[in-house]
Write a protein of this length. Structure first.
Lengths: 592, 245
């Protein structure tokens, strides 16, 4: 205690230590009871873990944090501090420092207890799903705590600080969350999140005026309340102003439309900017990326787009000619044997177009993202769609009708191609079967349960014939040869993936030993975050999980040393993620 | 010699209620000034305004060469303050309070504080919440004197004390103040205290200084303490509806 600040911190410790001890005991008892009484499914649930890790902070926020400032007013200590030289200033700073210290200590304690009870110690990348590892959750909790601290300085009753802080936090965070819906942008969301702490900082200034400046100069309670409340209102401006601006202008969506992967290793895509509600494209620019050198080249002039056409030729077309085509990625050489129907007269929206192409051979140098190793192609003509499946050797091609004819009793609706002759097919009742495409013999796939079968999402297949699949039961490795399956161990990160896996969960690159998967990981609030998982196939374990800050980063293509990602919506960036260094590099920005 | 405290035209009002109006006050070195007045007359407000704890209007407000409205912290380092009740956190002991305050005052004298605690028989290891009113008052006085203040301000320090403790505190006060060229401003409605301690007496009524008696200028051969008390009582009576005896 050799400085006034330390003396004040000591004073806070003396005043709050009983409350802190009580909270610790209550939370510890709560955690032990949870460990003893909650069913395993809940203990393994990421959301429950999130809530559990947040509870100590919330309790702290409702008890000790508002009491730091309000107790001086309530118990008459303000007078003592006011008459002490520098007392109020030092007290305010000490209380802020003390609040930070106890919040950090509580967060770490909550984190530790949660990991201990809600998640086995051997889990991989465990910090992803706790508040400390989730920036959005952390931002919300910190904002709540700051507002609680700020409002308790001028509210007559400290108990009102938490409800007041909840309202202010919602008022500042809600616009940020709103910005993340619809035509949103991770970039804008990032700026927005930066404005939330700015607003809270203004609220803190209000607490300074209310606790230090006002009483030190003998201001009236009315003045203190007015200034404190005024600063809180002012603190809403940084968050609300951009939202108001955003609401005043039409939403703008900027996204990448992948077109083709060439045999020479170039990847072609259009970047589309759309601002109108009816879906018309305002501006299109075509690009070509060399996946090996990462060199980017613009194709044609601004306003021209590149499209895949019959005859496997790339052609620049005037704007809007191909409007309505969804994102398609085609490995040009793979479907030489398929003759696409002539339909020059068809309307652009119904023009024959290859779609839903799966990963290329795992032996190939390049891969494109889509489910499984299914070499499938959907050809649209008019209102009808024909699906083709090609085996790994490329020698046999089946249409869906041909597959169904192999096993008519199954009513096959979908198929996933594996490295062997046994494919995985799904019938109309969402039951998955192993189907031998040589003779039509089939066997029920027990790895994918019926009620979860519709949720199954397929990752990459290895040369050895194993297929990565995720359903509600976890991430699994299915062996197409033996029909056996293994659960991939990966702790909380894997369970989170399963919770949110959707059509965009893609495999990006595979070899026999390790597979990289692009997946989404659940967050407490807001959209799931994309992440790259590295799966050790031999040991059936997730060995690495790298989460991206860009909430809309989707994989486009990959080669041996990196993965090309796009980030959609407002930013429209194209990112190269280096698998060796684990770093993301921006190839194209919205300015290009 | 410049006065230590100069107040001219000091006014304070809460809404439409005027508490102090055009107060003029001067306090010189080595002077003990007693502020007499009944409850609610504005004594505490005036004292608090001298160290910047009240937002007041004044033509001139200078305490120890500083304007309390502009430099309250610098001024508070030079001033000792004894409130009418203990405002120290209840859990704190006098010893802890001393440790807490010693970094805040430039002239803090721990040995002097130890002497004062000893002399006044203050239980230093007992929390303020568990001290009697008299013990708390003595502790507050000792803590205020420990920083060797240039100006000691006491707001009814003897209120609600038993006669024995009152005498003890008053004796200590008279022995210790004023400190080397400093001054003391004491608010009370106890005429006996005023008679014993005051070099100067100000009678506050209706928000104004109604009367001022410079005791040090009265020829001691012409007045006795008893006579002075009677004189103050007359002044006090004439300015208050409820004279305090």
């Amino acid at each position: 205690m050799n400085s006034p600040l330390f003396t004040h911190i000591w004073k806070e410790w003396r005043e709050q230590r009983a409350s802190l001890a009580q909270i610790t005991i209550v939370v510890a008892i709560g955690f032990v009871m949870a460990a003893l009484l909650l069913p395993t499914e809940l203990l393994e649930n990421a959301v429950v873990g999130h809530i559990a890790a947040s509870i100590p902070l919330i309790i702290l926020c409702g008890t000790v944090v508002p009491d730091l400032l309000s107790r001086e007013r309530k118990k008459g200590g303000l007078e003592f501090l006011a008459r002490t030289p520098g007392g109020l200033r030092n007290a305010w700073m000490a209380k802020l420092v003390f609040a930070i210290l106890i919040v950090v200590a509580t967060a770490l304690g909550g984190e530790f207890a949660t990991q201990l009870i809600f998640e086995p110690l051997e889990s991989v990348n465990r910090t992803i799903w706790t508040p400390l590892g989730d920036p959005t959750a952390l931002l919300i909790i910190v904002t709540l705590i700051v507002w609680t601290f700020a409002t308790s300085a001028w509210l007559s009753n400290g108990l009102l600080a938490l409800p007041c802080a909840v309202i202010l936090t919602m008022a500042t965070i809600a616009p940020a969350l709103w910005m993340s819906t619809g035509f949103n942008a991770s970039r804008v969301q990032g700026i927005f999140y930066a404005l939330v702490p700015l607003g809270a900082a203004i609220g803190l200034c209000g607490s300074w005026f209310a606790f230090v400046s006002g009483p030190r100069r003998g201001r009236s309670n009315r003045w203190i309340t007015a200034v404190g409340a005024g600063c809180c209102v002012l603190g809403l401006v940084p968050s609300l102003a951009p939202a108001a601006i955003r609401a005043s202008f039409p939403p703008r969506e900027c996204f990448v439309q992948p077109v083709a992967l060439n045999d020479d290793g170039t990847f072609l895509f259009n970047r589309v900017i759309r601002t109108t509600a009816d879906g018309d494209d305002d501006h299109v620019t075509a690009f070509e990326v060399d996946l090996a050198t990462r060199r980017v080249r613009q194709l044609g002039e601004d306003g021209e787009r590149v499209a895949f056409q019959r005859g496997h030729q790339m052609r620049h077309t005037p704007p809007l000619q191909w409007r309505g085509l969804d994102a398609q990625v085609v490995r040009v050489s793979d479907f030489r044997s398929i003759v696409l129907p002539q339909s020059d007269a068809a309307a652009p929206r119904h023009h024959p177009s290859p779609a839903d192409f799966g990963r290329a051979d795992v032996t190939s140098r390049f891969a494109v993202g889509c489910e499984g190793s299914g070499h499938s192609l959907a050809v649209h003509q008019g209102q009808s769609t024909t699906r083709y499946f090609r085996d790994r050797s490329g020698e046999r091609v089946f249409s869906l009708e041909q597959l169904t004819a192999l096993a008519p009793e199954l009513s096959i609706t979908s198929a996933v191609v594996t490295a062997s002759d046994t494919w995985l097919v799904r019938d109309a009742q969402f039951v998955w079967w192993w189907l031998d495409v040589r003779d039509g013999s089939h066997e029920r796939c027990t790895a994918l349960e019926v009620e979860l079968g519709s949720l199954a999402k397929f990752g990459p297949a290895t040369l050895s014939g194993e297929l990565l699949v995720a359903d509600g039961g976890g991430l699994k490795l299915l062996d197409a040869t033996t029909h056996e399956w293994r659960v991939v161990e990966g702790g909380a990160s894997v369970r989170n993936i399963v919770n949110v896996l959707d059509e965009q969960a893609c495999s990006v690159l595979a070899d026999d030993a390790f597979v990289w998967m692009s997946v989404y990981i659940a967050e407490t609030v807001g959209k799931p975050r994309p992440a790259a998982l590295r799966v050790d196939v031999a040991n059936a374990r997730v060995t690495e999980c790298i989460a991206f800050d860009e909430p809309n980063a989707l994989p486009l293509a990959a080669n041996d040393d990196g993965v090309l990602y796009q980030s959609r919506h407002l930013s429209g960036d194209v990112i190269w993620f280096d698998l060796a260094t684990r770093e993301a590099h921006t190839l194209i920005t919205a300015k290009d | 010699m410049n006065p230590l405290v100069t107040v001219r035209g000091l006014s304070k009002h809460y809404g439409r209620q005027h508490v102090l109006e055009s107060i003029d006050l001067e306090l010189h070195a080595d002077q003990i000034c007693v502020l007499l007045g009944s409850n609610g007359v504005g004594k505490s407000t005036l004292l608090r305004s001298l160290i910047g704890l009240e937002d007041v209007k004044a033509d001139t407000l200078e305490v120890l060469g500083l304007d309390p409205r502009r430099k309250p912290d610098a001024l508070r380092r030079l001033v000792g303050w004894v409130p009418d009740h203990s405002d120290v956190p209840a859990w704190m002991t006098p010893a802890e309070c001393a440790r807490f305050q010693e970094h805040c005052y430039d002239g803090w004298d721990s040995s002097r504080l130890a002497q004062l605690f000893d002399r006044l028989d203050v239980p230093t290891r007992r929390a303020f919440a568990k001290l009697s009113r008299g013990e708390a008052a003595k502790a507050m006085l000792a803590l205020a004197l420990a920083s060797r203040p240039k100006l000691l301000i006491l707001d009814e320090p003897l209120a609600r004390l038993d006669p024995r403790t009152k005498a003890e505190v008053l004796a200590c006060l008279l022995a210790e103040v004023p400190i080397d060229g400093g001054a003391c401003l004491l608010a009370t409605h106890n005429l006996d205290v005023a008679v014993r301690a005051a070099d100067r007496v100000l009678v506050l009524a209706n928000g104004r200084v109604e009367s001022a008696v410079d005791v040090s200028n009265i020829d001691s051969t012409q007045t006795t303490p008893c006579g002075l008390r009677a004189r103050l009582e007359r002044l006090y009576d004439s300015n208050t509806l409820e004279p305090v005896r």
